[in-house]
Design a protein around this ligand. Sequence first.
Ligand SMILES: Nc1ncnc2c1ncn2[C@@H]1O[C@H](COP(=O)(O)OP(=O)(O)O)[C@@H](O)[C@H]1O
Ligand SMILES: [Mg+2]
Ligand SMILES: [Zn+2]
Length: 460
Amino acid sequence: MASKLKKLYICSNCGYETAKWLGKCPDCGSWNTLNEEVRIDAPPQAAASAAACAAASVPAPVTTLDEVESGEEIRYITGISELDRVLGGGMVPGSVVLVSGDPGIGKSTLLLQMCQPLSAMLKILYVTGEESTRQIKLRAMRLGVQNNGLMLCACNDVGQILATIGQNSPDLVIIDSIQTISAAEISSSSGSVSQVRECTQRLTRLAKEREIPLFLVGHVNKDGAIAGPKVLEHMVDAVLYFEGERNLSYRILRAIKNRFGSTNEIGVFEMLDTGLAVVDNPSMVLLAGRPEQTSGTCVTAVMEGSRPILAEIQALASKTSYPMPKRSTNGLDFNRIAMLIAVLEKRCGYFFGTLDVYLNVAGGLRIDEPSTDLAVVLALISNLTDRPLDESMVAFGEVGLAGEVRAVNRVQQRVGEAYRLGFRRIILPAHNVEAINLKNHPGLELTGIRSVRELRRLFG
Ligand SMILES: Nc1ncnc2c1ncn2[C@@H]1O[C@H](COP(=O)(O)OP(=O)(O)O)[C@@H](O)[C@H]1O
Ligand SMILES: [Mg+2]
Ligand SMILES: [Zn+2]
């Protein structure tokens, strides 16, 4: 039987396949993401019994766990401290890392900058599918990347790229971007799910065979998902997401998947004319420009991976002009905020029923840790009652539905960071107070809280 062309529709978000077009993807629920693609199906194998299959195949070698040589784990340190942190302590040979983010956020900049320290020890191939080599050269000059050995290649064909890797044997390969690469055998256009999946598969296989780290740049579509493929996320070892507010110069690199390290780590950068600069002291940056003597702001301490970071939570409650009051959050979980407002109404007697409520994390940080609850609640009450909070105060603690304030982890690190930055008063869960050694923090005042009801006391 000859192979035949098969027309099908594939969701560009999650990779769901269907024979007929649908407006909404039944798998991930996105609208208008099903695109027509053509696939060549190989003739189906004659249905064979399991026993017949087994007889026809050669068994794969089996090794016991203690026979496997572990060897030393090798990591290439990029020298960009915040990048190494997010990668889990440098790059692992043979690993495939997807760097994704909005256009213009700085993906190409980061990867080109990374070439500077690495090129001293590694042979690097930078494949560009969307820019010319001259454009890369101009960027390298602006970023001060001087490296005559860096190999550039402007190419869109995956077969050609694989051949180039074979011929030049680089120690590290960067593909910018995976959506511009295509395989000639597949008829759909570059950037489609079939193309992205196929090209990634081939490149990944080669990276694993040759034990070279591979970086793929992936664009993000307007919903914030990696364009083409959520599928892509499953195929790679690590997914780094580059995020930031358009109008702010700060950029946060976050690992949303990492087979070789923690996924909670973030790296903080600042975008300058000369490229991305590492921010060593993110708390200081996030707190810069904090308003003085203003109601509705409270500083909290969150754990981003192994590192404590201070961030300012801002709340604004104003009279609504809508039939339904508006709730809006930026950097915090919307449902969590709705819950905290409900807890304040039911357990504390602070009412927001006729007020629009806006919540914001200053500096563009996104937080999804419940330990921010106490600071959110304090900022809300402060703004509602128009009483500014003590400026040298930091609050953290999880709030439950009964209004109870629950213990959080890594208290000492949070308190230590707050103390280091000059905060001398900490509002925290009562259960966490004992864990703190006041001897190391002269002049520190701790207020343990059991329930949000006790907060009334703070506002007199
Ligand atoms: N000539 C320039 N001078 C200063 N900054 C620039 C210049 N060109 C680009 N940039 C900065 O670099 C960013 C683009 O980074 P880039 O790495 O190309 O993004 P991506 O690869 O994620 O699309 C721009 O948003 C801008 O902030
Ligand atoms: Mg780019
Ligand atoms: Zn889908």
